[in-house]
Design a protein around this ligand. Structure first.
Ligand SMILES: Nc1ncnc2c1ncn2[C@@H]1O[C@H](COP(=O)(O)OP(=O)(O)OP(=O)(O)O)[C@@H](O)[C@H]1O
Ligand SMILES: O=C(O)c1ccc[n+]([C@@H]2O[C@H](COP(=O)([O-])O)[C@@H](O)[C@H]2O)c1
Length: 209
């Protein structure tokens, strides 16, 4: 029995990955998941030459209010419905390691799977506020990062403290395919395809119904 009702033991373990695989990690609240999550995953898969993308459904973003957060089991099931792709795997292993911090999750994966090439994926809104994340500089030093464009966020993301701090480690997007193999820190900003979808807007629509 876990603290998260209805979440299976399998969902609380990272998926299998063979040594040498290139795996994109899309952490998210997925509250609810939507087609832009799938779109940016497929874009990263293509541009970075990834073997898989794991959707890491967080037990709760440490910087967000959790009052409207749907139960973990519900977000996992919904993420599976929306992802619909043989190379996208949904996991909630963070709930089992006792912290919702990304730096801790990445350490856990690196320890368990030292020969897998992980890349952290996130939308431009998250780069804009990245300097507020726990151990954010360590995250840059731990895995390469691909930032996906998001409507209205490009400027704020590229002018952010994190983008400035790691300006010299930015790789032109034409080299994105090399990103999973590069020594850290290394990051790229991937432009397009753009989607205006957001979980906040979907929750608001649901309330208005
Ligand atoms: N439309 C989008 N374009 C680019 N990236 C996105 C988009 N929607 C979500 N993402 C990225 O996907 C990851 C998971 O996002 P999340 O589950 O928080 O969805 P969200 O729509 O951003 O939610 P919310 O509106 O509640 O903040 C984050 O890195 C986020 O930046
Ligand atoms: O580690 C942190 O301090 C931290 C702060 C904010 C967000 N995160 C993670 O970033 C991912 C994206 O969160 P979200 O809510 O924007 O989907 C998700 O995996 C969060 O747990 C992590």
């Amino acid at each position: 029995m876990t603290r998260h009702a209805g979440v299976s033991e399998a969902d609380l373990r990272p998926p299998h990955a063979a040594p040498g695989m290139r795996i994109g990690l899309l952490g998210g609240s997925f509250n609810p998941p939507h087609a832009a999550h799938r779109l940016i995953s497929l874009n990263a898969m293509k541009r970075l030459g990834l073997d898989r993308v794991w959707w890491m459904v967080t037990p709760g973003n440490p910087l967000k209010d959790h009052r409207e957060l749907a139960p973990l089991a519900e977000r996992i099931a919904h993420a599976r419905d929306v992802s619909r792709h043989p190379k996208i795997e949904v996991t909630a292993f963070e709930a089992a390691i006792g912290t919702a911090y990304t730096a801790a999750a990445l350490r856990h994966l690196r320890r368990r799977m030292p020969r897998v090439r992980f890349v952290w994926l996130m939308g431009a809104d998250n780069l804009a506020g990245f300097h507020r994340w726990n151990e954010w500089e360590t995250i840059f030093e731990t895995v390469p990062i691909a930032v996906e464009d998001r409507p209205h966020w490009r400027h704020r993301a590229l002018a952010s403290p994190a983008a400035h701090r790691f300006a010299r480690s930015r790789v032109p997007e034409s080299y994105a395919a090399a990103l999973p193999n590069l020594p850290t820190p290394a990051w790229a900003y991937l432009s397009g395809p753009l989607s205006k979808l957001s979980s906040t807007a979907l929750r608001a629509q649901r309330r208005d119904r």
